[in-house]
Design a protein around this ligand. Sequence first.
Ligand code: AMP
Ligand code: TRP
Length: 337
Amino acid sequence: MPRPRVLSGVQPTGALHLGNWLGAIRNWVELQDTHDTYVCVVDLHAITVPHDPSQLAADTRSTAALYLACGMDPKRCSIFIQSQVAAHSELCWLLNCVTPLNWLERMIQFKEKSVKQGDNVSVGLLDYPVLMAADILLYDADLVPVGEDQKQHLELARDIAQQRINARFGSKENPVLNVPKPLILKEGARVMSLTDGRSKMSKSDPNEGSRITLLDPPELITKKIKRAKTDPERGLEFGNPDRPETDNLLGLYAILSGQGRDSVATQCADMGWGQFKPLLAEAAVAALEPIQGRYKELIDHPEELDLVLEQGRQKAEAVANATLNRVRQALGFASRT
Ligand code: AMP
Ligand code: TRP
């Protein structure tokens, strides 16, 4: 029995934060032992909003280094750069031609991002979910571990595969594409901003105090937690809708300290913020310390990362090209001799 296949990715836009780690990457690390795991740095997605060409390559490598630093092991998974496997762009085009425009216009992330872009919205931003579908479908992925915010994009990838490709160009016995499922773990699926418990922690929030990045030094982590928004009540609890910041900070503490929700709920039930915040800061610093150490080694010795990415590219390309050929054939293109 082949192991079920997993594919996921993160954009190399700005420093990865606790949300990316706890919502996505941490789950990949677990999956690589039991699943055939592919993870990429989705640099083609990063240019769907205005970007700085002098930073793109460095940000891409830095993101890949963080995958490794967080525990992705090239012996157990394939790590590659999306733009280096041309099949992603090609399948995206084929899928574009069968995807209804109104499916894309109703994507929540598109609506949110396009409001921020004003009159500078590119076709690429609208097309972003189709490229993401191509990423996933090329690898016949069974499971796609992502944070809650990507659920709608996953539904779209399933609809494209099922309704637009398999139903039209395949048969029941011989589907062209595998239909993937999202894997969204409850804990960490939605890490909220430190300055507003009702909006998610995000790379694009102009306020840097709203997020803790994986490379923040200990003093900065402590400072950001000290300034994090709280409420005047004493005692911490989960699930009170009027106290979203409390729920978020306590949830972070449960994961980062490794103690779990029940234990921290009891421990912090009567605690004041002055006592809790240093505990949370200490847990965050300790959890990130090994990641930061490993990251520095990788960036100081680029040959190791180069090799990992080249091996990852070769493995990814073999799988991706096979799927692409299947789709080309199903759509009736002249075959290459
Ligand atoms: P992005 O930063 O948009 O490239 O997202 C990369 C991955 O991190 C995706 O799987 C997201 O669902 C996940 N993610 C991003 N922000 C958060 C957050 N605040 N909480 C949980 N997961 C997140
Ligand atoms: N859109 C995803 C995000 O912002 C990133 C992404 C691109 C992705 N392609 C993917 C995630 C394929 C999972 C699988 O989080």
